[in-house]
Design a protein around this ligand. Sequence first.
Ligand code: EPU
Length: 453
Amino acid sequence: MTLVGSAQATSSSTLGDVLEIRGGRPLTGQVDVKGAKNLATKAMVASLLGETPSTLRDVPEIRDVEVVRSLLEVHGVSVSEGDEPGSLVFDTAQAKSANFEEIDAHAGSSRIPILFCGPLLHLLGQAFIPDLGGCRIGDRPIDFHLDALRNFGAVVDKEPNGIRLSAPDGLHGASIELPYPSVGATEQVLLTAVRAKGVTELRNAAIEPEIMDLIGVLQKMGAIISYEPNRVIFIEGVDELHGYDHRSLFDRNEAASWACAALATDGEIFVKGARQYEMLTFLNVFRKVGGSFDITDEGIWFRRAAKPLKPVMVETDVHPGFMTDWQQPLIVALTQAEGVSIVHETVYENRLGFTHALGQMGADIVVHPKGLDGAYRRVARRELEQAAVITGPTPLHGADIVVPDLRGGYAYVIAALAAEGTSRVSNVGIIRRGYEKFFDKLTALGADFDIVG
Ligand code: EPU
């Protein structure tokens, strides 16, 4: 077997970082999906804005939550268990500035620290944000964030290890149009505008369900935010916000991942906690590819209906389009579809690199680094677009693979479970950034694997 995977993956291993997977068995059973990584972490940052304690419920046990918890704690926020399992209470009464070393020691692997800017400026008049981590799936610049903060009146100084921000005259409402409906930049504007003086108008905002849930959190805290047609959000700044009590939106990215695992391994998985509304777009594609699903009040059953699966053309996009975080496990399933499928990645410029390892496992995937012209497109062509052309069905066989990033890593584990033979998957620790109790869930679904490193 050859060692394949992204060159960007690290080679350092800790216990639980290497799996030996014996594939070829369907995944069958139930998994529970808790709060969304991409909401819970932002709601935790929002707690900084409240003058009384906040309670967040259904907080997932993932690495990104641990990172944000540590960052809150170094800023003097006390974090304790709430009144039910999975709930956390954040008390900002003793919030304070932290020094560079403390912040840097805790921020390394995540992109969430950038969202501390507005709340820290309101609370302390200054903020230091170290160089950001997160998955290496493109350049991932922060220009939209910094431009927005400057519009609010923040002074941004770039330093060798990060950026220092101050607001000598306080922050005021602003008129901002994002060049692209960025999730993070929209959150940045929301978290800053709610306590800025005056009204903020944000145009070309992201409207993902996680953003709407964050707006819900902020409204519970006393914010005045209206969501208008055509991606416009108005925020009337208020002088004071209080704590919230909120149950996080479920993690629709995790739900979609398990749905694709059922497709790829020809299994049947009940995803408890998944809801239809936030997954409408995914469910349409799931059905077109030959999956079937049953929606209940408690969750959604996912299974393969067509044998073999059917090819599709998918373009990733901002909400309500097909999420960029859904394409990786879908591509694993598409290797088992009869015919040619095309996946256009339009959100990030480097999010198809993970497919190289699938090729080593027997998949027929050709990546066009500059996308494909010609065919009818629903999503406007973006300069950074790539396209993967997947021809199937191709049997997959075991290989030694190195996880490159969170979603790509999940896809590798599913590919190894669908493949005949044994695979060794390294660097799986990254998957803990976004998938709660990952090994326990695999075991509950009947996966045959050992932790070997
Ligand atoms: N962009 C810029 N400048 C900026 C910000 C973004 O050019 O200042 C570009 C990005 O490079 C990218 C596009 O805008 O091409 C969209 O990025 P966005 O800001 O929307 O992404 P993000 O906020 O950094 C969040 C999620 C991602 C998810 C995207 C898209 C979190 C912590 N991360 O990232 O989740 O893919 O939105 O929905 O919320 C994941 O969960 O694995 C993950 C990567």
